[in-house]
Design a protein around this ligand. Structure first.
Ligand SMILES: *Cc1c(COP(=O)(O)O)cnc(C)c1O
Length: 358
């Protein structure tokens, strides 16, 4: 007996999601918040977690956490929340629920790769509509794709990963109105986007869902994402959620952190300020083009990006090489904004590499 006889052919064809080994490196590849909780908070949290009843199953509805999320992020009344083990799990729940035979999941390209990956393993047909060369929505192409494929769901990351820009909100509204199915606005980078959000648009569109995560805000290790939408949609998706998907420790730790959201928001503010300084320093380097970012990372284009990426790695700095990921990303690297020290190490390493490849 071999896997080829039993495993679905589309799974056999799939390449597993690759996570680079970052041991001992300055880790600027995964949009994590570089700051830890202040030590007094970490100590207080450890006492709370030590006391958590891990012999019991978690609250399946995570009522305390939901209440804190509603308050912390001002979720409009009348809307419901679905919590996920990271927002990746929420994308999976949506795809499983919508995977009628032939159903299409549509997104733009380049964007978050999990949309395509999850569509494939949930058995949906994936359609990717290219962005324009400056990473804006190609409205004509999107409207044509909506008419041709009648997607059950459209995912739009706002701001977009890996490009960092936020799409034109009026264009997004037009897509929402033209859509044949649901539109999920993925606000993973909300904390760095200067208030841009579709949360307040939710009551005006019956096909809109807004998805967020605590990962980029400083809690990536907890794995917590949330989807906000009309109760009639959330009730259906909730049937696919495994009963205890958000564990006891995550529920407790997230409540604790969200009750002190200002601490995480201060860190996000420092990251945004540092993003500006990093962008200016990178733009001053010969041959480097830095794209505007509303997120906690910067996309840049530079000569011989793949060689530079390998050189940076040898110098102990891990970024993300996007060359080869999509034609629009030729010679592009994505760097997460780190602490001032990490960014200084990255800039110094990049300077040396650029001189070597000049
Ligand atoms: C990082 C990211 C996510 C995934 O977040 P998790 O909650 O950690 O699963 C979702 N969407 C986009 C656009 C992201 O960049």
């Amino acid at each position: 007996m071999s896997p080829e006889q039993l495993i679905r052919p589309e799974i056999l064809r799939l390449a597993a999601y690759h996570v680079a080994d970052a041991r001992g490196m300055v880790k600027l590849d995964a949009m994590e918040n570089p700051y830890r909780l202040p030590s007094e908070m970490a100590a207080e949290l450890s006492t709370l977690l030590a006391d958590a009843p891990i012999n019991r199953y978690p609250d399946p509805r995570a009522e305390a956490l939901r209440a804190v999320l509603r308050r912390a992020f001002a979720v409009p009344d009348g809307l419901e929340l679905l919590l996920g083990n990271g927002s990746d799990e929420l994308i999976q729940i949506l795809a499983l629920a919508l995977a009628r035979p032939g159903a299409v999941l549509l997104s733009v390209e380049p964007s978050f790769v999990m949309y395509r990956l999850i569509a494939e393993f949930a058995g949906m047909r994936y359609v990717g509509v290219p962005l324009t060369p400056d990473f804006a929505l190609d409205e004509g192409a999107l409207l044509a794709a909506i008419a041709a494929h009648r997607p059950a769901v459209i995912f739009l990351a706002y701001p977009n990963n890996p490009t960092g820009n936020a799409f034109d909100a009026a264009a997004m509204e037009r897509i929402l109105r033209a859509a044949s199915g649901l539109v999920v606005v993925d606000e993973a980078y909300h904390a760095f986007a200067g208030g841009l959000s579709f949360l307040d648009a939710l009551p005006h569109h019956d096909n809109l869902l807004v998805m967020r995560t605590l990962s980029k805000l400083g809690l990536a290790g907890l794995r917590l994402g949330y989807l906000v939408g009309r109760p009639e949609w959330i009730a259906q998706f909730d049937k696919l959620r495994l009963p205890y998907n958000v564990n006891v420790l995550t529920q407790r730790a997230a409540v604790y952190a969200l009750e002190r959201l200002h601490v995480l928001e201060d860190q996000a503010g420092r990251i945004v300020a540092e993003r500006g300084r990093l962008a200016a320093a990178l733009s001053a380097l010969p041959g480097v083009r830095v794209y505007d970012s509303r997120a906690n990372f910067l996309l840049m284009r530079l000569p011989a990006a793949s060689e530079v990426f390998e050189g940076l790695k040898r110098r102990g700095v891990l970024v993300k090489n996007l060359h080869g990921a999509h034609p629009l990303l030729a010679d592009c690297l994505r760097v997460t904004v780190g602490t001032p020290e990490e960014n200084a190490r990255f800039i110094a390493a990049l300077k040396s590499e650029l001189e070597q490849h000049a």
